[in-house]
Design a protein around this ligand. Structure first.
Ligand SMILES: NC(=O)c1ccc[n+]([C@@H]2O[C@H](COP(=O)([O-])OP(=O)(O)OC[C@H]3O[C@@H](n4cnc5c(N)ncnc54)[C@H](OP(=O)(O)O)[C@@H]3O)[C@@H](O)[C@H]2O)c1
Length: 245
């Protein structure tokens, strides 16, 4: 999926804000962005800033809650792109707060790329396995009971992104695993497509897809569900294939 790539943007040094930079996905995204020579502004919780120590001197860190509107406002100022990790921690709209602040404060022409899981559906045409439906139900119930997380918050965050006219992409991750990069994941518009059947992506490659999306205009207003490019289902259904159902 490189036809839509914006070569003009690609040639200059992008300024990119990474929200949730201290997490596992976040740190991979920081590395990929630095590998491309991008300027990186990282937002992470104050107590997690130490996790970005390896990047000291190469990135700007703005410590703060990732749903703090004032922190986000400062962080995204002048950015060409924003990469936001949406995780529905707690029961007070953490993901929604992050998404709304990014939508409100990112420059009008900035590329906005958000992460979430396959369980988020843009148009209701995804076909979910029994296993995934059961997992979402259990996580929702346990999360609400313990007040640790609220999956409805991530759903609301994505609803707001989908309704926005900004230049967004919502990248829906499969189950994740660690390991060396296998290359850019392949994607489909709908879960249930055979290409996604293997349901596994290396986390480092999820981050690669997020960072690549910044310069791929073909992904604007898309919610790609991704899977590793070397997984059996990706290999069986054609490299780089984008399927519609
Ligand atoms: N894990 C999976 O199998 C999976 C599958 C599909 C999609 N995804 C998506 O991938 C993205 C990253 O997920 P991940 O599992 O790889 O996690 P991750 O990168 O480790 O990210 C977790 C994020 O949540 C923050 N966080 C952790 N505890 C928190 C708390 N109590 N309050 C506020 N923030 C807290 C972390 O910040 P600190 O560094 O400050 O702790 C970090 O920014 C998410 O959007 C997720 O929906 C994950």
């Amino acid at each position: 999926m490189r036809e839509g790539r914006d070569e003009a943007i690609d040639r200059r040094r992008l300024k990119v804000c990474i929200i949730g930079a201290s997490g596992k996905l976040g740190r991979y995204m920081v590395q990929h962005a630095l590998d491309r020579g991008y300027e990186v502004v990282a937002v992470c919780r104050e107590k997690s800033a130490g996790k970005l120590e390896a990047f000291a001197g190469r990135i700007t860190v703005l410590p703060g809650q990732t749903n703090d509107r004032e922190v986000i406002r400062r962080a995204v100022a002048g950015c060409d792109g924003v990469l936001a990790v949406l995780v529905p921690w707690g029961v007070h709209g953490y993901s929604t707060g992050t998404a709304q602040a990014v939508l409100d404060y990112a420059p009008a022409d900035a590329r906005l790329v958000f992460s979430c899981g396959w369980h988020i559906s843009r148009d209701g045409r995804d076909l979910y396995s029994l296993r995934l439906r059961a997992l979402v139900k259990v996580f929702s119930a346990v999360g609400r009971l313990t007040r640790l997380l609220d999956i409805r918050d991530q759903e609301e965050a994505c609803r707001r992104v989908f309704a926005s006219e900004k230049r967004w992409t919502v990248v829906r991750g499969s189950d994740l695993e660690e390991g060396e990069s296998q290359g850019l994941p392949v994607w489909s518009r709908h879960v249930g497509d055979p290409i996604l059947e293997s349901n596994t992506t290396r986390r480092i490659d999820y981050a690669l897809f997020m960072v690549e999306a910044l310069v791929d205009d073909g992904l604007i207003h898309e919610a790609p569900a991704i899977v590793g490019c070397r997984t059996p289902s990706a290999l069986a259904n054609g490299p780089g294939a984008t399927r519609e159902r």
